[in-house]
Structures are given as C-alpha cells and as structure tokens.
Design a protein around this ligand. Structure first.
Ligand SMILES: [Fe+2]
Length: 556
C-alpha cells in the first residue's frame, strides 16, 4: 500500500509511505531554500512521487495532515473526499493574490479511485511517533505543540496498531505557545528560535524570577489542565513564504528579560516547561501502567525536556519521533492511513532519516566542472575526512540522501574535532555566525557511548540530552554544554555504515571515536540538500574542505 502524505502550513512537507514504512520525506523549505516555508509543497510532492516511481493515479491513498486542509491544495490536488471540495473552495479564492496558480505550476490529478483522507493534526503527530517506535505493544503516546486543528496537548493509547485518544486539550493548554512567547520575548522567531532559548537557559539562574512566568504558562496537575495560560490570541506575520507567530504577551516577557536578564528568563521558562510537562505526562504513565512512551509535536524538539523525562527512571522504552515538528506530520498522516487499513502489519523501527534527495558522483562532478572549481577524487571519502578532521580542519560532509527533520545526521553535516574547546568559538565565529551560547553536538560510535555519557540510551537522532561523564568532558570540550550535557547522535554501523566508518577512522587517529557534528548550512538557512546548496555554504563560510560523495574541495 502506497500512501502520499501532504502537510501545508508551518514547515510544509510531503512523504511517501509504502507498506507502513517511510520511504521518502522532505520539507519544502529544503527545496525552496526558505526556512519554515508554509506554501503548497509542490516540489516535495513531486520528489516523493519520483522516489516511488509513481503517478498520482498509482497511489493507494493521499493523506492530508489536517481536518481543515488549506484550500490552496485544491489548486494542485484535483479532488477531495469527505464532501470537502477543495477545488471549489480554491475557486472562491480566485482573484486573491497567490490563490490562482500560474500555468506552469504542476497539478497532481488524483482520480476518484484514490481516496483522499483528512487526518487530524495531532493524530498525525501521534501516528508519526507510534508507528515509528518499532513496537506495537501498549504504550503512551503524547503530542505537544503550539496548536493544530484546535488542539495543543493530546494523550493517546497506542496498542495493537491502533491509536485511541485519552485526553485532547485545546489551545488554552499550549506549552508550545508558552515557550514560543518566551522565545519571542527574548527577541527570536516564535516557531524557530526555541532552541536558542533552550541553549541560553543553561547559562541562567531561574531563582531571581521564579514564578514570574506563571501567568503565561498552562498549569497541569494529575494529568489534566487545571489553569489555562493567559498568553492572549496569536497573530501571524508572513515573511518570505514563512509564518511567524506573535503573541501579545511576548511584550511583557521582554520587559521581564530587561529586568532579570534573558538567561534568567530562559532558565525559568525551561524549568516551567519541564515541570508542567511532567505534571501532565507522569500521571498518565501510572494510570495506564506502562513504561513505554512515544512522543511527537514541536515541544519534543526540546532535548532537555526529553532528558528530564528519561531521567525520571520510569521509562523502559522512550521514543521521540526525530522530525517532531510539523514537517513530520506528512509522514505521520500517511502512516496513519497506511495502518488504519492494516493495523497488524509490521512496525518498522526508523533505521535512519536519510529520506531526501541524493546525487551521484557524476552529477556532482559535472556541477564542479561547470563552475571551474578545482577538486580531487578520493577512493575512500570517510578516510579522507577523518584525516582532515585530525588536522583540525572544518569539514563539510555531503553523502547520500539528505536527512528529514531539523538535525544533521551525517548526510549534510559540518564536522570538526571536539577538542580543543576553542573549536566551538571558531565554528560560531567563522562558519555558523551564531550566538556564542549555543552548543554543538557530538556524533559517536555506539560502542563508545558509555565512555562519554551517563545513563544514555541508544538515540541515533539527537532527540535527547544526556549528562557527559566528568572524566570525558575535558577530552571533548567543544561538544559539552555549560551544564555538562550533550545531545548525541549514537551512530550504529548497520544503520549508518559510512558515517560510522568516518568516526571510527577519526578515532583511530585522534583517540576519541567522536566528532562535532553541526548542520551544513549558513545561519538562518535551511539544511543543505543539493550540491549547489553545499557549494554556496562552503564558499560563504570559513569551512576548510568539502567532501561530496568521492569528490573533495579544499581551500588553500
Ligand atoms: Fe504541530
């Protein structure tokens, strides 16, 4: 069964699911090069159909990740079930700028034999978590985000291939809005800069402003909402095809930051987020008598919250869908439709997230020759990169299919040695041009996990922070945050053979089978996908070398 999933909104995306397994997934932002792009994902849809070698009439279903899909979809999808005539709604928009596509915009004509199914936003998040967990046995599934289809906070029971809602709360319970409003108050983009808030939090002392954010947070007790937030109603600001949320309360939070300092406010926001999320989730684990938890929704991009959840010691199985934000609900909606027709089909664990476009050596070579760029060919790219890293170089690493989700996982990465500590400042200043308080993450071979980390689980996707062993911190200081934690990618040979080989070979030379791994992009840009993206980033930054497939560019 082949299901195409489509999400239109913040982080528009498409995904293809075959027999319960994600075989392609890409966010439109990666292809149009506008971060969090919110338009119709025509390029992503086209890519997914090409991966499956499918025409729209060969699909078994189309899954739209919303109960109120964008009328703009009617412009490219010719029909819709459930009595919703998107094309008709789209015609109502005729004359509205942007609502009438030019002739050259592709239309995907889906015949009446292919059902088009609307899947609720949070159900799609829940499906993305449950059906990629690798196990169908009874577990708690939690979805937390800003808001989608009227909900912000949902608890589900996943069991035997089916998802059953246990609690569904509207926007008044939104922890995503709370953290987003703080992020806006600190001067960053709500729906983008939350990772900065989390990074800054480790530098602050929440004590002086303890309780100062209480009226802006939803309060949970006993697994339910007991006090809604007072954040006000959100407005949206559209800039370059992306939506920026704005909450009126952000102004008051900015004043708090002026009094207490941004780091203290960030620390308090992180404390409150962890406190409230646990007050919601832990009672449900007890009520359901389960020790397995799967999570999705943008709030679970917060790796410190995930660390706190894991550190409760209550979980035997802890799975966070790595594309937890809205770009992941195209895959989630498609998984839901795939499993609703066949709940007993096998659950595939996510092997890796390399689900996007790839390029052959010949294609890359041709591009470099057209641009008159000097390069050399190597037989073994991993050995070459390992040697460059050991010489202290900043190395771009472009291999195979691009990653879905927000993290670079060894396909479109910038790598560097994790020692000395000054490598972090060098990267911040010369390559990424970003705030000094933001940490970098390690990728390490699975066998070395417990040499560096305390009580960590095998997380191949950088979803959770863990404490770094005291005796290891001085060996890899550039990837240890100020609070002594790191957000690792645990690299398994069978899942990521080439990246595993690179890290192992580096370890053979330098002693530590661990490298600093950050995304191959310039600050504010989406993660690179194409060789052109990588070349632009290489020449517009202080990177020393770029290894693309078997071809190597180096600056003298
Ligand atoms: Fe969402």
């Amino acid at each position: 069964m082949r299901v195409l999933g489509i999400h239109v909104g913040h982080d528009s995306s498409a995904a293809l699911v075959e027999d319960g397994r994600i075989v392609a997934a890409v966010a439109e932002e990666r292809l149009v090069r506008v971060k969090h792009y919110a338009g119709v994902p025509i390029r992503a849809i086209d890519y997914c159909l090409r991966v499956g070698n499918l025409r729209p009439n060969e699909l078994d279903a189309v899954a739209l990740a919303s109960t109120q899909p964008s009328p703009l979809l009617g412009l490219v999808l010719d029909r819709l079930d459930d009595g919703r005539r998107l094309a008709a709604r789209a015609r109502d928009l005729a004359g509205v700028p942007g609502a009438t596509p030019p002739l050259y915009v592709p239309r995907f004509i889906v015949p009446a034999s292919v059902p088009v199914v609307c899947v609720d936003h949070h159900l799609a998040h829940a499906a993305s978590a449950y059906y990629t967990s690798g196990r169908s046995e009874r577990q708690l599934v939690v979805t937390l985000d800003g808001a989608g289809d009227g909900h912000s906070t949902c608890i589900w029971r996943g069991d035997g291939g089916r998802l059953e809602p246990l609690l569904q709360l509207d926007q008044r319970a939104s922890l995503g809005w709370f953290y987003g409003a703080v992020t806006e108050g600190l001067g960053w983009w709500h729906g983008d800069g939350e990772g900065k808030t989390m990074g800054l939090a480790a530098y602050g002392d929440a004590g002086p402003c303890h309780g100062a954010l209480d009226r802006f947070r939803p309060k949970f007790a006993g697994g339910d909402l007991v006090e809604p937030h007072q954040l006000g109603q959100p407005a949206a600001w559209t800039d370059r095809g992306a939506v920026h949320w704005h909450l009126p309360s952000a102004a008051a939070i900015r004043e708090l930051a002026a009094v207490h300092g941004g780091a203290a406010v960030a620390a308090e926001a992180q404390r409150v987020l962890e406190e409230q999320a646990l007050a919601l989730i832990v009672p449900w684990l007890e009520r359901e008598e389960v020790d397995a938890l799967s999570c999705a929704g943008g709030v679970f991009l917060n790796v410190k919250l995930n660390q706190r959840m894991w550190a409760t010691g209550r979980l035997r199985d802890h799975h966070v869908f790595p594309d937890a934000g809205d770009s992941g609900i195209a895959a989630g909606a498609a998984l839901y439709v795939s499993f609703s027709g066949a709940p007993s089909q096998p659950f595939w664990p996510l092997g890796n997230l390399a689900l996007g476009p790839d390029y052959t050596n010949d294609e890359i070579r041709r591009l470099l020759e057209e641009r008159h760029l000097p390069f050399r060919s190597v037989v073994e790219p991993s050995g070459e990169a390992a040697r460059l890293l050991a010489e202290g170089k900043v190395v771009g690493w472009f291999q195979g299919r691009s990653e879905a989700g927000p993290r670079a996982l060894g396909h479109r990465s910038i790598l560097m040695a994790a020692r000395p500590a000054s490598n972090k400042d060098l990267l911040n200043a010369r390559v990424k041009r970003r705030e000094a308080f933001r940490p970098y993450c390690p990728s390490l071979v699975a066998a070395a996990r417990d040499r560096y980390l305390v009580g960590a689980r095998d997380d191949p996707f950088m979803t959770t922070a863990f404490d770094v062993r005291a005796d290891a911190q001085s060996r890899v200081p550039a990837v240890v945050h100020v609070d002594g934690t790191a957000r690792p990618q645990i690299v398994h040979r069978e899942r990521e053979p080439q990246f595993w080989q690179l890290i192992s070979q580096y370890g053979d030379i330098a002693g530590d089978p661990l490298v600093l791994n950050t995304s191959l992009n310039a600050g504010g840009e989406p993660l690179a996908v194409s060789p052109q993206d990588a070349i632009r980033c290489f020449f517009d930054s202080g990177m020393d070398a770029l290894v693309m497939g078997e071809l190597v560019l180096e600056k003298r």
